[in-house]
Design a protein around this ligand. Structure first.
Ligand SMILES: Cc1ncc(C[n+]2csc(CCOP(=O)(O)OP(=O)(O)O)c2C)c(N)n1
Ligand SMILES: [Mg+2]
Length: 355
């Protein structure tokens, strides 16, 4: 056994949050400020991932790469209903969640590149975006692994008497895992302040929801635990916000968990190596026509909240942000070999076995 050696260099601590949101008892009005934020945030998510997809094909970074393109309204709408003091935990399709928390995309890009400046110090990569300060607890590659962990976070908060809630997101495939049912039962019995979000994008890899169960309206899974359970249109951020807001109030009032089946669609394949032969072009088109970014932009234009010039300025700002993110990731250092022992266990002098 050998003692852990101190790392020779520490990654710079990135200050990521744009602004801290306080617990608010008053429901945010869906006004110009919210719509402009939705537009900008969803555009950052989209452009970051379009770029990541190109860079992956060019083999600039390795590992897996699951894109969230098309699903952005889920993160945009849920984030508006919570604060930065609340917890987020999700699966491996996790590039957009840090952006929703206010993280600069350069820390996501650097993580994809496995660099020390990445939000998980380059040790997680695409599937493991973490940030303690932003209470983003991953990024989990084991399908459904985050479901009991999310309930655990909520149990700790209830035990410690905080007002915090946990958003625990998963795919439709993950909700077929046994641990989902055990967690739903315990969370409801103990009235834990957690909101389970099934990001139902209709497929688990190439397997459609219909092929995995007789129960295709997935919110009904919560009904067997008498958990408040709802189906939500995930292409419309307003609907996502409303359902999440109500669920958050129930959780903060001690009424326990909610299950939201948020129906969404990933425009791209499961991962970068998926030719999407299991679905039709017509089906894809029907969702692309309902694109959440276009939807939000239409409302901004209809209300004359921004001029064409102001919209162009946002588009340019986002483009510059993504360019800056690539430069930042490419110029950042790789972790050093001794960094492998850093940040693995909470106990500073954990006795690692080195061989
Ligand atoms: C326990 C476990 N089983 C299988 C896999 C392989 N696997 C990776 S992603 C995936 C599909 C999950 O689909 P879903 O939960 O709907 O999420 P989505 O990819 O649609 O976001 C599977 C089966 C895994 N990572 N973990
Ligand atoms: Mg799915």
């Amino acid at each position: 056994m050998a003692k852990k050696t101190a790392s020779s260099k520490k990654a710079a601590k990135p200050a990521k949050a744009k602004a801290s949101k306080k617990v608010s008892a008053t429901k945010p009005k869906l006004d110009k400020e919210v719509y402009v934020k939705w537009y900008e945030d969803m555009l950052i998510m989209r452009k970051l991932e379009e770029k990541a997809g190109q860079l992956y094909i060019q083999q600039k970074f390795g590992g897996f790469c699951h894109l969230y393109i098309g699903q952005e309204a889920v993160v945009a709408g849920t984030e508006t209903a919570i604060t930065l003091d609340d917890n987020i935990i999700t699966a491996y399709r996790d590039h957009a969640h840090p952006i929703g928390r206010g993280m600069h995309p350069k820390y996501v890009m650097a993580e994809l590149y496995g660099k020390t400046t990445g939000c998980s110090k380059g040790k997680g990569g695409s599937m493991h975006m973490f940030d303690k300060q932003l209470r983003l607890w991953g990024g989990h590659g084991i399908v459904g692994g985050q479901i009991p962990l999310g309930a655990g976070l909520a149990l700790a908060d209830k035990y410690n008497g905080t007002q915090r809630v946990t958003l625990c997101s998963m795919g439709d495939g993950a909700a077929r895992q046994g641990s989902f049912h055990e967690t739903m039962n315990m969370a409801m019995t103990w009235k834990l302040p957690v909101i389970f979000i099934i990001e139902n994008n209709m497929y688990a890899m190439g397997t459609s929801v219909e092929r995995t169960s007789n129960v295709t309206e997935m919110y009904k899974l919560g009904c067997s635990y008498e958990m408040p359970s709802f189906q939500v249109d995930g292409m419309i951020p307003e609907k996502v916000f409303e359902a999440t807001w109500d669920a958050v109030q129930r959780a903060r009032n001690g009424e326990g968990p909610t299950l939201l089946e948020i129906r969404t669609y990933r425009y791209k394949g499961h991962s970068m190596s998926d030719p999407r032969k299991y679905r039709t072009k017509d089906e894809e088109e029907s969702y692309i026509e309902r694109d959440p970014i276009i939807h939000v932009l239409k409302i901004i234009k209809k209300n004359k909240w921004l001029t064409d010039k102001q919209i162009e300025a946002i588009d340019n700002k986002v483009k510059d942000m993504i360019d800056e993110s690539v430069k930042f990731a490419e110029e950042s250092p790789d972790p050093s070999p001794e960094d492998i022992y850093e940040g693995v266990y909470a106990q500073e002098d954990y006795p690692f076995v080195k061989e």
